[in-house]
Write a new protein. Structure first.
Length: 254
C-alpha cells in the first residue's frame, strides 16, 4: 500500500492529542499512553503529549503517512482499555506486565523501542555506603528488593510522583531513590536542579524493562512499525541525543 508522506497539523486538548497526516487509510489509530510525567520517555507539556516515545511514533507516522491519536489514561486503566477495544495500541507495554489480565487475549508486541533500567540512585552530597531508607514512587514494586524489604533491611518511603521522590533525596530524607536514572535526570532538569548530583548504583540490584507497542487487533500497524524501526536506528539515536539519555558514572555503557 502506498502512503503519501505529508507533514500534518498537531491538534491538542487536555485528554487526547492528535497527530494527523495524509494517509491512504481514512482512519485514526488510537494509542493509549500513561497519563502524567515520566520524561524523557513521555510527559505532559501544557496538554501536549511529548517525549522520546511519542517522538518515535510521530516520526514513523510522518514517514509512512499514518494518523495517530494519543489517549492519556491512568496506568491502571490502560490494560483494560486495550483488551476492551477502547484503544487500538498501548505505549509503552511489555509482555511481562499484567500477564494475568492479558492471558485470555492474543496480544501482539512490537520490537523493543528502548530499554529502561530501574535501580538505586544516590545524591553525591549525601552518598553513603550504608543505605537504609529508599524513596520511590507510590505503587512501584521493586521485585529485586522484595526479600530484603520483607527482612527489614530497608525502609521504603513513597511519594506520589517522580518530583516528590527526588525532593526527598535532595533534602536527605532518604539514603537513595529507586527508579530510572534517565527519568530522574530529566525531572531534575525540569526542576532547575543539577542532574549531575545524582548517580546510579550499578553495584546494587536493578531491573531492566523493554518498552514496546502492543495491540490485539492492529498487527499490520506493528509490522509496519517494526520494519520502520529496524531501518531507522539513526533516527532513534538522534532522538535519544535530543532527549539527553545518558548513564551515570557508576554505569558502564552497554
Amino acid at each position: 500500500m502506498f502512503f503519501r508522506i505529508i507533514l500534518g497539523v498537531l491538534c491538542l486538548n487536555m485528554f487526547t492529542s492528535v497527530v494527523q497526516y495524509a494517509c491512504a487509510e481514512d482512519r485514526v489509530y488510537r494509542i493509549g499512553v500513561e497519563a502524567g510525567n515520566y520524561g524523557p520517555y513521555h510527559f505532559d507539556d501544557g496538554g501536549a503529549y511529548k517525549g522520546f516515545l511519542p517522538d518515535i511514533v510521530n516520526r514513523f507516522a510522518v514517514d509512512l503517512g499514518y494518523q495517530v491519536e494519543y489517549v492519556a489514561l491512568p496506568v491502571n486503566r490502560l490494560n483494560h482499555a486495550l483488551v476492551t477495544g477502547q484503544i487500538d495500541i498501548r505505549m509503552p507495554d511489555n509482555p511481562n506486565w499484567y500477564v494475568n489480565e492479558k492471558s485470555a487475549h492474543n496480544v501482539h508486541y512490537s520490537k523493543t523501542i528502548i530499554s529502561s533500567r530501574a535501580g538505586l540512585n544516590v545524591f553525591l552530597e549525601y552518598k553513603t555506603a550504608d543505605i537504609k531508607t529508599i524513596g520511590m514512587i507510590l505503587g512501584f514494586n521493586p521485585i529485586e528488593y522484595q526479600e530484603d524489604l520483607d527482612g527489614g533491611h530497608y525502609d521504603l518511603i513513597a511519594a506520589r510522583d517522580v518530583e516528590g521522590v527526588l525532593r526527598m533525596g535532595i533534602l536527605n530524607r532518604v539514603d537513595a531513590v529507586y527508579g530510572d536514572y534517565n527519568v530522574f535526570q530529566s525531572t531534575l532538569r525540569r526542576m532547575g536542579e543539577d542532574p549531575h548530583q545524582l548517580i546510579f548504583k550499578e553495584n546494587y540490584p536493578y531491573s531492566e524493562h523493554d518498552y514496546q507497542l502492543s495491540t490485539i487487533t492492529e498487527k499490520a500497524f506493528l509490522n509496519a512499525f517494526d520494519a520502520w524501526l529496524q531501518q531507522s536506528q539513526d533516527v532513534v539515536t538522534e532522538l535519544k541525543r535530543q532527549h539527553s539519555f545518558s548513564v551515570s558514572e557508576d554505569v558502564l555503557p552497554q
